[in-house]
Design a protein around this ligand. Structure first.
Ligand code: C5P
Length: 223
């Protein structure tokens, strides 16, 4: 069966990653979660007290950065980081502060482009459809228009987890702040302008969203 590349962008907490995981199960494609890359470099910067204005220090860690995801752990440069340490409140809050720096994006985009030289990739993030893989055959934008719905969903996912917020207002503020930072930055801003499929999943469950995307994949691969 012919394979294509699928680029997915969307707002924070909109279910992009869960959608991609389901697509991977159905299509047997490779999932690249670029959010985890930005989270991993943020974790490294925080661990080494790298100020987001210290270009030289950022360059040092960026040039040593590589990224390998084995599911439970991320091997990022010399660090083996448990995935759960990348989704805690501290890393989540700080990631957009580093992700808006053009130097950081330059390094990340270069790695992301290099992993998508073959077909059969599902890459998820904020600038995948516009900057990283603008030539992907299928470019999807996923959102849940009401941030409160996303916050409630995230709160439910946080049950039983440590180092994450269990307060609805807190989670809502974090989602709104991230969307604002991700949309307003100069480089690699969140946009749906290059997408050929825009899905608001407010009134759709995961399977319905996956079915819509699979239908498009089938259309594109039978041509
Ligand atoms: O997707 P996820 O919520 O894990 O991403 C964490 C943060 O990483 C985002 O809020 C955004 O600031 C940054 N990011 C980005 N570009 C991407 C993917 C993520 O700036 N392609």
């Amino acid at each position: 069966m012919k394979q294509i590349n699928i680029a997915i962008d969307g707002t924070s907490g909109s279910g992009k990653s869960s959608t991609a995981e389901k697509l991977v199960e159905k299509l047997g494609y490779i999932f690249v979660d670029t959010g985890l890359m930005y989270r991993a470099i943020t974790w490294i910067f925080l661990k080494n007290n790298v100020d987001n204005k210290d270009t030289e220090k950022m360059k040092k860690y960026l040039s040593d950065f590589s990224f390998l995801n084995n599911g439970e752990y991320i091997q990022a440069g010399e660090y083996k980081i448990p995935v759960k340490d990348l989704t805690n409140e501290k890393v989540t809050k700080n990631t957009p502060k580093y992700a808006k720096i053009s130097l950081v994006r330059e390094y990340m985009v270069k790695i992301q482009k290099s992993v998508a030289t073959k077909k059969g990739i599902i890459m998820v993030g904020r600038d995948i459809t516009s900057v990283v893989l603008p030539a992907a055959e299928l470019k999807v934008f996923i959102t849940t228009s009401d941030p409160l719905v996303r916050a409630k969903r995230r709160l439910a996912q946080n049950i039983g987890k440590k180092d994450v917020s269990h307060d609805l207002q807190n989670v809502l503020d974090e989602i709104n702040n991230r969307d604002k930072d991700d949309t307003l930055r100069k480089d690699g801003c969140l946009t749906n302008r290059n997408c050929n499929l825009i899905i608001d999943n407010s009134d759709k469950n995961l399977d319905e969203v996956v079915d819509i995307i699979i239908k498009e994949v089938n259309n594109l691969t039978k041509k």
